[in-house]
Design a protein around this ligand. Structure first.
Ligand code: FES
Length: 527
């Protein structure tokens, strides 16, 4: 019979979790996302927790194999292999926590394996805020500039979404109508101002004590926030109207929240019309002397990729469409309450996991990746993308039914959409790798930015050809790389100079115009 047990995690708090879930899943439902790439199969070894008190049962064979006697003796266990039956006290290495989102205090920035407070020397005093103006969401982080300590973080949906999920719709609205441009700017600035006020009030600060704000975003968000004309971004050669770093005072960038007149609001330089300061901030976050050859992939509404080899850095956007954000898929949705985020096809069964644990309302990107991989493994989809009818009991003809009520389903045309999207992303990465003269086996690390990476089953993403075939340990689930980079710029003059240098050093590649792209795209259409 299932019940609940009390779990206490050092530094995070206590919670009651169901006894019929593995610990990793139970914590996920509490908003605590542990590292892991094997979909709770107990094979990747990333979801390690340390038991300080309580009986977590005998270690499984996979724990004995992966962790070994010494680590088990210290209390280390794999969270996905434990089903708690009594109270437990745990500690978790911060590097094992991808994200904590309880009571709205998302702590992913400093839970990210990339966040390194010693990376750049501190240069400023007082309090500061780093802001990522994302197409889908806006995130702000409050820092103590004297110590470099991250204090708090907030994220919310971008209020411009009613003008269109895709940035192009917003640019077209702003370009054709000055009133719409003004409205788009107003709602965005109101969201940023609201986040800054909330961060200050819940940390006992007056907004007048904020001395420095750094804002990064793609070139479109940058122009919309600053009220710059967007027409140059819509017509060849698609160059930004203004690309240099901007340092403004509160009078020039009025947020209406009583900032000190001496406060600085910094917009780092853009690379060009297609590659904004969010990309250079992401590069700043992931590129270090430790990794000489690497790639950064941000899969979202507008997927972007960067490949570097030493000082040569190439960036481009994939004309891929939003399938992995749930867009253009019949029953697709964002990774919100009710989204199927994990799918397993075993024998005659199709097992789904739903955000929030209730009835499914649709499928988000990670669920779509799992489903397609499972259908390929079971021979329901051929490598060409052709769907075979009635191979599995969950099929009705060629349509996969994900719930008995038939509300969530996956049709052959969805398979085609996934094929085109994953082919565009894979071909974009390949095009950049060719420009940088890097082969797959020379990529030391591949950083996956954004929320999509946090629940992605890497094995399945490689299976469908979305990601290159590399050992799973070469992938780093990197979190919000744009916000991490903006935070470094907030704290350090050296980082501010480095991001300015990156804007000049990064070479933008017009992917669709590259002579090799089309052939690569066609090759990658196959699974
Ligand atoms: S070993 Fe736990 S998620 Fe893979």
């Amino acid at each position: 019979m299932s019940g609940t047990v009390r779990i206490h995690i050092e530094g995070i708090g206590s919670m009651d979790v169901p006894t019929d879930l593995n610990l990793r899943e139970a914590l996920r439902r509490e908003g605590i996302f542990l590292d892991g790439t094997c979909a709770d199969e107990g094979t990747c070894g990333r979801c390690v927790v340390r038991i300080l008190e309580g009986d977590a049962g005998s270690p499984s064979a996979s724990e004995r194999g992966i962790l070994g006697d010494e680590a088990l003796g210290r209390g280390d266990r794999l969270a996905c292999r434990i089903r708690p039956t009594g109270p437990l006290k745990l500690t978790i290495d911060p590097e094992r926590i991808l994200e904590v989102d309880r009571t709205g205090r998302w702590k992913g920035t400093w839970g990210s394996p990339l966040w390194d407070p010693a990376r750049f020397p501190l240069s400023f005093t007082g309090w500061g805020i780093a802001v990522d103006l994302g197409t889908t969401s806006v995130a702000s982080a409050l820092f103590c500039l004297d110590t470099g300590r991250p204090m708090d973080i907030l994220a919310s949906s971008n209020p411009q979404i009613p003008w269109g999920d895709e940035i192009l719709s917003r640019l077209q609205a702003a370009s054709g109508d000055p009133e719409q441009a003004l409205k788009l700017r107003e709602v965005l600035l109101a969201a940023v101002a609201g986040q800054i006020q909330s961060l200050c009030s819940r940390n006992g600060l007056f907004t007048g004590r904020i001395s420095r704000i750094v804002m990064v975003g793609n070139s479109a968000m940058h122009h919309l926030a600053l009220g710059l004309p967007v027409a140059p971004l819509l017509t060849p050669p698609f160059s930004p109207g203004y690309r240099d770093e901007m340092i403004l005072g509160p009078a020039e960038f009025p947020l209406g929240i009583g900032l000190n007149h001496a406060a600085e609001i910094i917009f780092p330089a853009l690379v060009d019309g297609f590659v904004g300061s969010d990309a250079s901030a992401g590069i700043l976050a992931v590129r270090s002397s430790r990794v000489l050859t690497g790639a950064l992939l941000d899969i979202g509404t507008n997927s972007e990729a960067v490949v570097w080899k030493g000082d040569r850095i190439f960036a481009g956007s994939a004309a891929a469409g939003p399938a992995f954000e749930g867009g253009h898929i019949q029953c697709g949705m964002r990774a919100e309450e009710g989204a199927v985020f994990q799918v397993k096809i075993t024998g005659d069964a199709l097992i789904t996991e739903v955000v929030g644990g209730g009835a499914p309302r649709g499928m988000c990107g990670t669920g779509i990746v799992d489903l397609v991989a499972g259908m390929l493994d079971r021979g329901i989809i051929e490598n060409s993308g052709l769907v075979r009818a009635d191979v599995h009991p969950s099929q009705s003809g060629k349509t996969m039914m994900l719930d008995p009520a038939g509300r969530v389903f996956f049709e052959p045309r969805d398979v085609e959409t996934v094929q085109k999207t994953k082919a565009a992303i894979a071909a974009t990465l390949e095009t950049l790798m060719k420009r940088a003269d890097v082969s797959h086996d020379r990529l030391e690390e591949i950083y996956l930015a954004g929320a999509f990476g946090a629940r992605l089953n890497l094995h399945n993403a490689i299976r469908i050809g979305l990601l290159p075939s590399r050992p799973e340990l070469s992938f780093v689930l990197a979190g919000n790389t744009a916000l991490i980079g903006a935070s470094y710029v907030l704290l350090s003059r050296e980082a501010q100079e480095e991001i300015d240098g990156l804007a000049a050093a990064v070479q933008h590649v017009s992917i669709a115009q590259d002579p090799g792209f089309e052939d690569s795209f066609i090759d990658h259409l196959f699974f």
